[in-house]
Design a protein around this ligand. Structure first.
Ligand code: PXG
Length: 289
């Protein structure tokens, strides 16, 4: 496998970073998870824009232009002959001292890995997910804003541990006010009487690109979509609930905290949205040339 590291492609065995890298020492950095479908990188410009916004929010200077970053992602996919794959783009603060001061680090480190995608088992899409609300609340926006896709994912990891301990693959996270935020690695949507609702990112969610695409496709298909503050109640009484994310795409939730959602099976509107999303993902995107 070829990895993009710093400013060039190297062999996997040579793709090593310093133990003094602040990405490792402090989780100081930002990242993106991107999908390629059918020899095209889906939503590449949107991912690059979010990466640079995350970097700006943590005062991290990425030593490449956006256009160079787009090219680096495409080149990494090309070098690994990616048709359908998953791309992990990481920018760390770089090598520094053992102190916290990020401004003593030399230069941000850029890492791009393009690999085969590990899909969730089909059974989960056919039958839907069971999830639980976890005790770990989503980061307070004035501590680490969840809109920053940072390397500091312990908040989400702690939530995921609770989910797995409860026998679930995903979970529901609330914000510091007890409002619905998102899942540990996915956004959440509810459908009630044909109206689709998702929390605004100001409620403590990453502004997911899958989420944004689903909102766009649903509105184009004639559905009313609202971004509104939600309580767990709104999910419990919904006709359909689903999660969105680059890796999971669109997946139904059929049970939350032992409340059966709707008829306890993946819903009709969720299915339609998943179909529209797949059509879009398989036909749009930046060609790997
Ligand atoms: N919320 C959080 C906290 C995320 O990490 C999403 C929502 C969905 O965003 P996109 O843009 O992908 O629609 C994410 C996605 C995983 C995994 O293994 C997921 C993410 C990152 C790393 C791993 O599920 N991010």
């Amino acid at each position: 496998m070829k990895i993009f590291l710093g400013d060039k492609l190297v062999d996997e065995k040579d793709a090593v970073v310093s133990v003094f890298d602040h990405g490792l020492l402090y989780g100081d950095g930002v990242f993106e998870g991107i999908r390629a479908y059918n020899r095209r990188v889906f939503l590449l410009d949107e991912h690059i824009d979010r990466l640079y916004d995350s970097a700006r929010a943590i005062a991290l200077n990425i030593p490449m232009s956006k256009a160079e970053m787009v090219q680096a992602v495409v080149d990494t996919c090309k070098a690994n002959e990616i048709v359908d794959g998953y791309i992990r783009l990481v920018v760390t603060r770089g090598k520094g001292s053992l102190g916290l001061n990020p401004f003593l680090c030399d230069k941000a480190e850029v890492i791009i890995i393009a690999a085969a995608i590990q899909l969730y088992p089909q059974e989960l899409y056919d039958n839907g997910l069971r999830i639980v609300t976890v005790g770990t609340i989503r980061n307070h926006p004035e501590a680490i804003n969840p809109r920053i896709k940072s390397l500091n994912y312990l908040n989400n990891v702690l939530a995921k541990i609770e989910a797995i301990n409860a026998g679930c693959m995903e979970c529901l996270m609330l914000n510091h006010k007890g409002e619905v935020a998102e899942a540990s690695g996915d956004n959440v949507f509810a459908i009630k009487n044909g109206v689709i609702t998702t929390p605004p990112s100001t409620c403590g969610a990453l502004e997911g690109l899958t989420r944004n695409k689903v909102i766009e496709l649903a509105r184009k298909a004639g559905y009313e979509v609202r971004e509104a503050t939600m309580a767990r109640y709104d999910l419990y009484v919904a006709d359909e609930v689903f999660l969105t994310g680059t890796a999971a795409e669109i997946i139904s939730v059929v049970d939350i905290d032992k409340r059966v959602i709707g008829i306890g099976k993946p819903g009709e509107i969720t299915g339609k949205l998943a179909e529209l999303y797949h059509q879009c993902a398989n036909s749009e995107g930046t060609p790997i040339l």
